[in-house]
Design a protein around this ligand. Sequence first.
Ligand code: ADP
Ligand code: MG
Length: 271
Amino acid sequence: MIKTIDFNNINLIDTKSTSSKGNQLKWLYRNNWYKADHMGYEGLCEVIISKLLEKSNIDNFVAYSPIQIEFDGRKMNGCYSRNFKKKNESIVTLEHLSKQWLANSFAKELLEYEDTKDKIKHTVEFVEKVTKLQNVGQYLTIMLELDAFFLNEDRHTNNIAFILNDDTGEYRFCPYFDFGLSLLADTTMDFPLDEDIYKLIEKIHAKPFGRDFDEQLDAAQAMYGDYLRFEFANKDIENVFESVKEYYSSDIIKRAKDLIYNQKNKFQYCF
Ligand SMILES: Nc1ncnc2c1ncn2[C@@H]1O[C@H](COP(=O)(O)OP(=O)(O)O)[C@@H](O)[C@H]1O
Ligand SMILES: [Mg+2]
């Protein structure tokens, strides 16, 4: 059954647009974060990816569920997740850290390095220095593994974050979040539904260290190791898609499913 929530009388969260593809409408309601689809099937991606991550060796990720949101006389698909920030915590994005400590945008900071490995190494050293966290290389490598597997084109420096305890000044790792623009979700601008997925895959670009998913991934894994392992079978893929099939059209479901099968085939070493 479709789950619906009425936000006609609930204030929107005012977030500045940080993605090159604009901003999804957002609400924080009863300690859950809600996001409405904006370019295509972002909510489907969040839900499917977090459900597949339940069948992996990764445990610090945000779990998303599907929802239909009523707002401003419209009904939109979307997703919601439990607020992972505790009362005495702040979410500090890599972009924030960079502005605070380097007085520079991190995107600009990365332009100082030509080699992808150097960009990643610089990022790891910077984050370890200012947050005192350890194994940041592993944390970022896993993020790049997930992004390459799910074809996430939106890992800009506001989608990488750390959580600061305001009382102690200590940081912890943020659960992996925001896989909305994965799996060719942007059907409005770049990846129309009637086009061939294999041609479209060639058009996707990675972020933030390089434009090529495999190049970013190889560079990080060569320095910090490879981690991601899944244990889902084709039957599990069919099952996870059951949860979104009432929300999205059959051509969207088919495309996203085809992409997961394709990526499973490509990344056989993860299984
Ligand atoms: N489950 C959550 N718990 C805590 N904060 C969240 C959660 N979901 C989103 N946020 C906050 O909203 C910001 C934007 O969320 P994100 O999922 O990146 O949305 P968008 O797709 O619009 O970029 C995050 O940086 C974070 O501050
Ligand atoms: Mg985001």
